[in-house]
Design a protein around this ligand. Structure first.
Ligand SMILES: [Zn+2]
Length: 264
């Protein structure tokens, strides 16, 4: 089944299943970004701040991409150039309606006190459609994003709709795309660096939400917030599960932990 078949229309209303829309792509992960790209700055607050690390800023690029200008991680800007070129050829009506609300912005995820936003590394972009930066339940904006998403998907970008409709204007380089930049020597990271695949602190997205639901079911009456953000309380719950299951206490969720929860 092609990913495009997930997109259906019901009269004027778009019906897309957020959890499945990104297929096999995983959102970029802060622990992996830190290891492969480096840290943009020392601390992060709720509002956007400038990067401080010169090692990091050397990796940035500003470019006029046609409908908008953006600053971000150089390989992300190059990928966006290819995406925008495809849009100009395949969806010319949408090309001129495109804009950029935010790309590089060092801050926490909105609503979280612990998770760093992927905007911090300049690998995520919030689009505008006709100048609108959010969908606000606007069917025209959502319809435009639904047309754009397959182009981003095939270039390895993860659609924020997987986090929920409030993030539908957000696209970010997937975990696999960031790893491929490192393998191509574009990030200055050592080629032989060993990176964890397990879900861990700082991750977000549908896989984290699935983990939280399973943790709540397994650890009744303990109850953590099911928000798709792998923060301190999720890590505590994983520690508790590992203790009960006789697994090494790491606070991360590799296969044995997922197996103990019946998720693999
Ligand atoms: Zn965003």
């Amino acid at each position: 089944m092609s990913i495009h078949s997930e997109l259906q229309t019901e009269g004027q209303r778009l019906v897309i299943e957020p959890a499945r829309v990104n297929g096999d792509l995983m959102p970029a992960r802060s622990a992996i970004n830190a290891a492969l790209i480096g840290m943009p700055r020392g601390s992060f607050g709720p509002e956007a701040e400038e990067p401080q690390s010169t090692t990091f800023t050397q990796l940035l690029e500003t470019a006029d991409l046609g409908p908008f200008t953006a600053t971000g991680l150089a390989p992300a800007i190059r990928a966006l150039r290819a995406i925008v070129t495809d849009i100009s050829l395949e969806l010319p009506d949408l090309y001129s309606r495109l804009g950029c609300a935010e790309m590089l912005a060092c801050r926490k995820v909105r609503g979280s006190t612990s998770i760093i936003s992927n905007h911090s590394w300049g690998i995520a972009i919030d689009l505008t459609i006709d100048g609108r930066g959010t969908t606000d339940g606007n069917d025209e904006v959502m319809a435009a994003l639904a047309e754009l998403w397959p182009v981003f998907n095939r270039h390895g970008f993860w659609w924020g709709y997987g986090y929920g409709v409030q993030d539908a204007t957000h696209f970010e380089a997937s975990d696999g795309l960031v790893r491929s930049w490192a393998e191509a020597g574009l990030l200055g990271a050592p080629a032989d660096i060993v990176l964890p695949r397990a879900l861990a602190f700082g991750d977000r997205g549908p896989a984290v939400l699935e983990l939280q639901v399973a943790l709540n079911a397994a650890l009744k009456p303990l109850r953590i917030v099911e928000d798709g953000l792998f923060g301190p309380d999720t890590r505590m719950a994983v520690f508790a599960l590992q203790r009960e299951a006789g697994l090494p206490p790491t606070g991360a969720a590799p296969k044995p932990v997922l197996a103990a929860l019946g998720l693999v």
